[in-house]
Design a protein around this ligand. Structure first.
Ligand code: XIL
Length: 436
């Protein structure tokens, strides 16, 4: 091999680019976070450009339409899983997780269900049969289900949506749906999912009140899905703060928070200003997800503008996703990538204890071979206080060690992962990837 080839090979090797490609997924896996998009079997079959991006960037998928009631139970009691099963097989082959969407909704129902002549008892029985049929079939394969979708209307009064579920059964159709789902797949995480709920308003407050009551009544609900169908006009400086207070109140209920259908639409044709505003909104959502320990799932409603529900649903609008129609990354992609790359969204709190004078100026490094933290230059007479944070800024371990030593990761008792380590005193910090 000519010498300059060797040099190039060595440079690539050192750079890591031969082995690992930095993608949304590569960073998300370290946190860990489920990051993904909705798909449709028509998109990922025989479309190499689409498949390349999907497999490279995402670790999670959800069906855009193929797991809705009209698709899975077109005739009462007769289930058609063939198309949805293809996605499950595809995801499993490609090492991706699957979100389930959706079981009980006012929309996209088969006519026997939407137009049936129901009583409360017969409709509850039909609901139970649908949920048991679907969850029974996918048991153990789908980690998170949208059990009830869009039960509230847009009146601004936080009212329940008028639909056959509500009108025939009453408010407690939601309770029953979650109860049936839990019976059918006790391990699946069960979500309530809705839109226009990211900030505090009448609808999000009504949902908050409902979930609180469901939990008090021991109804098996595990999380809230924020659909997050946004617009570039949402890009205000207060977006993060307005969402944070809302997310925090749901997190305080002890449930999981998932971003389930994010897209950020704009009037067409798109302009650079709009694309930048869109990138800002995507960035804020990712910052918020990282800052919220109970938010581990970040799904977009597609990833390429080639396939998006926006143009047909909101005429004149579009360009809502992070890749353009030719699979080129947009500023929104870069915004997500950059936030995920430096995920310490919340800076560790300032020191409370003694400073450099007492502890010395310790230097930190990480030794991959021995999977140990190396501390140099601290005062030997006084132990160095090491604090370990996860990538969301929560302290997960600490240790007092001599000023000049090697500390095996095992002594911190943490799982393999990426952490921030800080030495009290001069505040030396490093990001470390443990090897075991
Ligand atoms: C949309 C799909 O993207 C479209 O293809 C379909 O025609 C209508 O439904 N909220 C939801 C999703 O929960 O199921 C919707 O998906 C978008 C809004």
């Amino acid at each position: 091999m000519p010498k300059y080839f060797k040099i190039i090979a060595l440079a690539l090797l050192l750079n890591g680019s031969v082995f690992a490609q930095d993608t949304l997924k590569s960073y998300a896996n370290k946190i860990p976070m489920n990051i993904g998009a909705c798909v449709d079997s028509n998109f990922y079959q025989n479309n190499q450009a689409y498949i390349t991006v999907l497999n490279r960037e995402f670790n999670t998928v959800v069906c855009q339409n193929e797991m809705k009631a009209d698709a899975l139970e077109p005739t009462q009691g007769v289930f058609t899983f063939t198309t949805a099963d293809k996605l499950v097989a595809y995801a499993q082959q490609n090492n991706m997780k699957i979100r389930g969407h959706t079981l009980v909704w006012y929309n996209q129902n088969p006519s026997w269900l939407a137009n049936g002549n129901w009583t409360r008892t017969t409709l509850l029985a039909a609901m139970k049969e649908h949920i048991s049929g679907v969850l029974g079939h996918y048991k153990g394969k789908i980690f998170e289900w949208d059990v009830v979708n869009e039960a509230f209307d847009d009146s601004g009064a936080g009212a329940r949506r008028s639909c056959f579920w509500q009108n025939v059964i009453g408010d407690d159709y939601v309770d029953s749906a979650f109860t049936y789902a839990h019976q059918a797949d006790p391990a699946a995480l069960l979500f309530y999912n809705d839109y226009s709920t990211c900030t505090i308003n009448a609808k999000s407050t009504a949902i908050y009140t409902m979930i609180k009551a469901l939990l008090a009544n021991r109804v098996p609900i595990n999380g809230i899905g924020f659909q997050s169908h946004q617009q570039v006009s949402d890009s205000s400086a207060s977006l993060y703060a307005n969402m944070k207070v809302n997310f925090d109140r749901f997190a305080a209920l002890g449930i999981k928070l998932s971003i389930t259908e994010l897209d950020v639409r704009m009037l067409l044709p798109s302009t650079q200003t709009q694309l930048n505003a869109q990138a800002y909104v995507y960035k804020v959502f990712m910052q918020l997800a990282l800052a919220e320990p109970s938010c581990r799932t970040f799904m977009m409603w597609g990833f390429t503008d080639k396939y998006s529900w926006i143009p047909s649903t909101f005429p004149g609008q579009g360009a809502a996703l992070i890749y353009d129609e030719n699979y080129q990354p947009k500023p929104a992609y870069t915004a997500l990538f950059d936030v995920l790359k430096t995920p310490l969204a919340v800076a560790p709190p300032p020191f409370a204890g003694p400073s450099v004078a007492a502890h010395g100026a310790a230097r930190l490094s990480f030794d991959n071979l021995s999977n140990s933290v190396v501390v140099r230059g601290g005062k030997t007479a006084h132990p160095v206080h090491l604090e370990m944070f996860d990538l969301r800024g929560s302290k997960i371990a600490e240790a007092y060690v001599p000023g000049d030593c090697r500390v095996p990761v095992s002594s911190f008792g943490v799982a393999q992962g990426t952490y921030i380590l800080r030495a009290e005193g001069n505040g030396a910090m490093m990001r470390m990837h443990t090897t075991k």
